[in-house]
Write a protein that binds this ligand. Structure first.
Ligand SMILES: *[C@@H]1O[C@H](CO)[C@@H](O)[C@H](O)[C@H]1NC(C)=O
Ligand SMILES: *[C@@H]1O[C@H](CO)[C@@H](O)[C@H](O)[C@H]1NC(C)=O
Ligand SMILES: *[C@@H]1O[C@H](CO)[C@@H](O)[C@H](O)[C@H]1NC(C)=O
Ligand SMILES: *[C@@H]1O[C@H](CO)[C@@H](O)[C@H](O)[C@H]1NC(C)=O
Ligand SMILES: *[C@@H]1O[C@H](CO)[C@@H](O)[C@H](O)[C@H]1NC(C)=O
Ligand SMILES: *[C@@H]1O[C@H](CO)[C@@H](O)[C@H](O)[C@H]1NC(C)=O
Ligand SMILES: *[C@@H]1O[C@H](CO)[C@@H](O)[C@H](O)[C@H]1NC(C)=O
Ligand SMILES: *[C@@H]1O[C@H](CO)[C@@H](O)[C@H](O)[C@H]1NC(C)=O
Ligand SMILES: *[C@@H]1O[C@H](CO)[C@@H](O)[C@H](O)[C@H]1NC(C)=O
Ligand SMILES: *[C@@H]1O[C@H](CO)[C@@H](O)[C@H](O)[C@H]1NC(C)=O
Ligand SMILES: *[C@@H]1O[C@H](CO)[C@@H](O)[C@H](O)[C@H]1NC(C)=O
Length: 803
């Protein structure tokens, strides 16, 4: 390209810039030979929708020719011309027409970006920014095709009406390519392209490894994106002709222009919608749905955790290779060792350091196995380990009783799982011996402790094993037995730990809860179960099932005690108590902010979703209410008391319907006697959401001047479109995001529909609260209030759908 622009041309351009200096007049949508663009000048599409000019992303010091929505305050970049070649001074750089091309000259007047046409023709060529977001190059002729258009040269965003095509003539694919990081629009690792073999779109890592596919186009929608069929916003078209194949979408209602898709730096394809509210730009669809499903997101030796911020962490003994990139949310550089390995280094030819130690292995649990294992022959774990130890390029091994797997060089795609530590597979990562000697830091994933030398090796064990061990050794006389991941406690031991059940945390239909402290100073919550109808064997089976259920939004069962009629459950202690104590607290000092309430609503929904759909056996909680949602130190919600319905057996429904403080949350099917499904939990959850909004118990909140209880009144406000902020807890002083408030209220209203089939599933609810799907206006729930003298006996229900 350099040779194509002789010095004379540069001088001419310079001349034009300096002496003609025709500025873009305000509102112009055109760049032409005598109207160039420089500095803070922009061009704006005729309808005032799109704007193009120099832009400096985030903290970058570089400028790029970018296009964005003119009306939206948060600048949303939709197209970038010089992705890879920024300019540092926008005032001496110029975008203009030169030799029939649109060309960007940097401050040395060197062309650094061009539309690159072999145009021999006219000086009358000019570029126009159109209202669909297409920047076109035309000679003004009436021809339907343009000399060049940005729609044929997409960067990371996919606008309505544009396409990501396969060209059957040139055999070239167009790609949407993510930015390198949020400050650098240079092409990153993630891209979206068309696969003509089955007419699907796929997302690739480094243009080679597919990690998501849309499924084949079936004439109406892509197989793996069935929600397309339901949508009312877009029209879709899939085109196959001799010249090209592509998918294109249009907005049905032409008025809503602020929607686009993009290949995000997160490696996810996202659809965004700009809401003219404080929420601004919102993601209403994304794939892969989970951040950790993105291939190699955390790079080598990084591990992904869906529930942490940031998503990526380095394994023990490793640190980010490029700290600055990690800070920009680009984790792809991965992690590097803090300490070099002995093996293969030239400090020691024997692979032994001055302490006589070789490299060691650190066990990783609650983690998915890395990619690309190699299978080797080994009869035992020891043999498997030594196979890896002897090969300096071997970085990890795993032994599952039959097979020995080893990993050579880098470990990719490690994921933190919430699975039970004891059933999850373990693998061992090679580290320098010194890394294991002094556990200087705990990165929150694993706590390493050195326990006695076995054959000259210090053996490292994970947190769970450590706790079990300690309990074993400390309580040798207390008969502490581990069953799976659960600990079977001795009654007297728990009596001691709870100081003879003196510190009561709360009560409930199933029994009282007491605070206790284990000898290793772990704080626990001990629940004394009443009226357990099951035999010993069934009880243990049931308890161990509950023990395998682990999720960040569920309270973890640590163990139990079963001695005759003495049945106790031992849980993790939650420092912030239960939700009701915060939500309904009279004192203004401790009320929950709106953001916290929304996060708690979402976390609780995730926990319930896990119970309903992700466990081996579907579990209906049956007693969802703020009293059963506990809060950890970070106010992250943990659903408590799940699985108890089965333990208590047939007495359960009696317990429940007579329990004080529960009736206001019960679905009508409890009273009508119809079968109880997961939708009963959805109902209770919905009732609870109303309390998130009002900050008061539904059963105690009687709206003045309205002869109705809060959920009925709220439903009216939502459906008839009255001021939604009138529903909000006065203590919040109107400080809530309107969009979120509407979302939450609508969901609540859907949840309390009398007909179970009309209630959303927990999966739907999570997606709605995550703003992945939208929620329609609900129908009016036909609530009937039955008002007794005693407010605790008040229940809301609707005519049973069967009657
Ligand atoms: C720019 O050039 C075009 C022809 O190339 C001419 O029609 C137009 O009037 C010129 N504009 C200005 C501002 O000189
Ligand atoms: C810019 O950098 C500062 C300090 O490093 C940081 O606080 C801020 O969030 C960054 N801004 C953007 C837009 O990334
Ligand atoms: C302009 O671009 C050329 C070619 O990329 C480069 O060599 C030169 O340093 C750039 N000038 C400035 C001031 O950045
Ligand atoms: C432009 O011309 C060059 C050489 O003249 C040729 O190699 C190239 O293929 C042409 N490009 C296009 C897009 O026609
Ligand atoms: C991507 O692939 C290229 C070869 O196609 C390779 O050189 C490069 O290192 C890869 N990038 C990463 C981050 O692995
Ligand atoms: C693509 O082009 C080839 C010839 O290059 C042709 O045989 C084929 O039918 C074309 N594909 C479609 C879908 O028309
Ligand atoms: C394919 O391209 C040729 C050459 O540009 C054009 O004449 C023809 O109409 C195109 N066919 C279709 C179906 O668009
Ligand atoms: C949207 O615009 C297209 C073309 O610009 C037009 O055919 C269509 O009727 C419009 N739809 C609506 C709902 O206005
Ligand atoms: C957003 O809302 C404000 C106030 O209602 C209005 O003035 C503005 O025009 C709206 N912006 C867009 C782009 O619709
Ligand atoms: C190994 O020795 C060479 C030359 O003696 C030196 O350059 C290199 O840095 C050493 N490598 C390591 C890992 O110490
Ligand atoms: C272990 O190896 C056997 C034989 O190669 C294979 O059939 C089996 O699937 C392997 N098991 C695991 C867990 O990899």
């Amino acid at each position: 390209m350099k040779n194509k622009y002789p010095r004379a041309v540069m001088l001419l351009v310079l001349f034009l810039c300096l002496f003609l200096k025709t500025h873009i007049s305000d509102g112009a949508d055109t760049v032409s030979a005598n109207q160039s663009l420089s500095g803070d000048q922009t061009i704006v599409s005729a309808g005032g929708i799109f704007e193009l000019g120099f832009h400096k992303p985030g903290n970058s010091s570089n400028y790029y020719i970018c296009m964005w929505y003119k009306q939206i305050p948060e600048r949303t970049i939709l197209w970038v011309a010089n992705r890879e070649k920024p300019v540092s001074d926008r005032f001496s750089s110029v975008l203009t027409i030169s030799h029939g091309n649109l060309v960007l000259f940097n401050q040395s007047q060197i062309p650094i970006w061009s539309t690159d046409l072999n145009s021999t023709t006219s000086s009358s060529v000019f570029a126009v920014l159109r209202d669909d977001g297409n920047l076109i190059l035309t000679d003004g002729s009436k021809s339907a095709t343009f000399l060049w258009q940005s729609f044929d040269n997409p960067t990371h965003a996919w606008l309505p009406g544009s396409k990501i095509a396969y060209n059957n003539v040139t055999k070239r694919k167009q790609r949407l390519i993510s930015w390198k990081n949020k400050d650098d629009p240079a092409p990153g690792l993630y891209s979206l392209e068309l696969d003509t073999s089955d007419n699907s779109y796929r997302i690739l890592w480094n243009r080679s490894k597919t990690y998501w596919t849309s499924g084949r186009w079936n004439g109406k929608y892509f197989d793996k994106v069935p929600e397309m069929a339901e949508n009312k916003v877009f029209d879709f078209k899939y085109v196959i002709d001799v010249n090209e194949s592509y998918f294109v979408y249009y907005i049905r209602d032409n008025s809503t222009t602020y929607r686009h898709s993009m290949m995000d730096v997160s490696g996810q394809i996202k659809q965004l919608n700009w809401l003219n509210t404080s929420s601004g730009l919102s993601v209403f669809w994304q794939q892969p749905r989970q951040q950790c499903e993105v291939y190699a997101l955390c790079g080598e030796f990084g591990s992904c955790n869906e529930n942490s911020m940031p998503f990526c962490n380095c394994l023990k003994g490793f640190e980010p290779k490029l700290k600055s990139s990690w800070d920009l949310e680009d984790y792809s550089g991965g992690c590097q060792r803090k300490t070099k390995l002995m093996c293969g280094s030239n400090i020691s030819t024997t692979g032994v350091n001055h302490n006589g130690e070789r490299d060691k292995f650190f066990p990783m649990s609650s983690m998915s196995l890395p990619e690309d294992a190699q299978s080797v022959k080994a009869a035992s774990a020891v043999e498997c380990e030594s196979t890896c130890l002897d090969d300096c390029s071997c970085t990890a091994y795993a032994f599952d009783g039959n097979n020995c797997s080893i990993w050579i060089k880098d470990l990719l795609n490690l994921k933190q799982t919430t699975e039970d530590e004891s059933t999850g597979k373990k693998f061992y990562v090679r580290l320098a011996a010194s890394e294991l000697r002094a556990p200087k830091e705990n990165n929150g994933i694993v706590i390493g402790v050195v326990v006695g030398g076995v054959a000259g090796f210090a053996v490292l064990i994970g947190l769970v094993v450590l706790i079990l061990k300690q309990r074993h050794s400390i309580m040798e006389h207390g008969k502490v037995v581990a069953e799976g991941s659960l600990v079977a406690f001795d009654y007297r031991y728990l009596q001691n730990a709870t100081k003879n059940f003196s510190d009561k945390l709360g009560g409930g239909g199933f029994g009282s809860v007491f605070k206790g402290t284990l000898p290793d100073s772990t704080v626990i919550a001990v629940k004394q179960l009443q009226s357990v109808s099951q035999g010993e064997k069934q009880f243990r089976a049931e308890v161990s099932t509950i023990g395998t259920i682990q999720h960040v939004n569920l309270v973890r069962l640590r163990g139990f005690c079963s001695e005759g009629t003495k049945k106790l459950l031992v849980y993790d202690y939650m420092p912030n108590s239960s939700l009701d104590s915060h939500l309904f607290h009279k004192k203004n000092s401790s009320f929950l902010k709106w953001e916290t309430r929304y996060q708690i609503a979402l976390g609780t929904a995730r926990g319930l979703l896990y119970l309903h759909e992700k466990c081996r056996d579907c579990i209906i909680h049956c007693d969802i209410k703020p009293d059963n949602v506990l809060l950890d130190a970070e106010f992250s919600p943990k659903v408590a008391d799940f699985g108890l319905a089965k333990l208590v057996g047939r007495d359960f429904s009696r317990v429940l319907t007579t329990m004080r403080g529960t009736r206001g949350y019960l679905a009508p099917e409890w009273i009508s006697g119809a079968a109880i499904t997961t939708k009963a939990d959805v109902y209770s959850y919905g009732m609870m959401l109303f309390e998130f909004v009002s900050g008061r118990r539904n059963s105690e909140y009687y709206v003045e001047g309205e002869l109705s209880f809060f959920p009925a009144y709220a439903a009216k406000v939502i459906i008839e479109g009255h001021d939604i902020f009138s529903l909000l807890d006065a203590r919040l002083e109107g400080k809530a995001d309107e969009e979120e408030l509407i979302r939450l209220c609508r969901v609540a209203c859907w949840c309390i529909q009398g007909n179970e089939a009309h209630r959303p599933s927990m999966g739907d609810i999570v997606q709605i609260l995550e703003v992945i799907i939208n929620v329609n206006l609900p129908p009016f729930p036909r609530l009937f209030q039955v008002l007794d003298e005693n407010p605790d006996d008040t229940s809301f229900f609707e005519e049973s759908s069967s009657s």
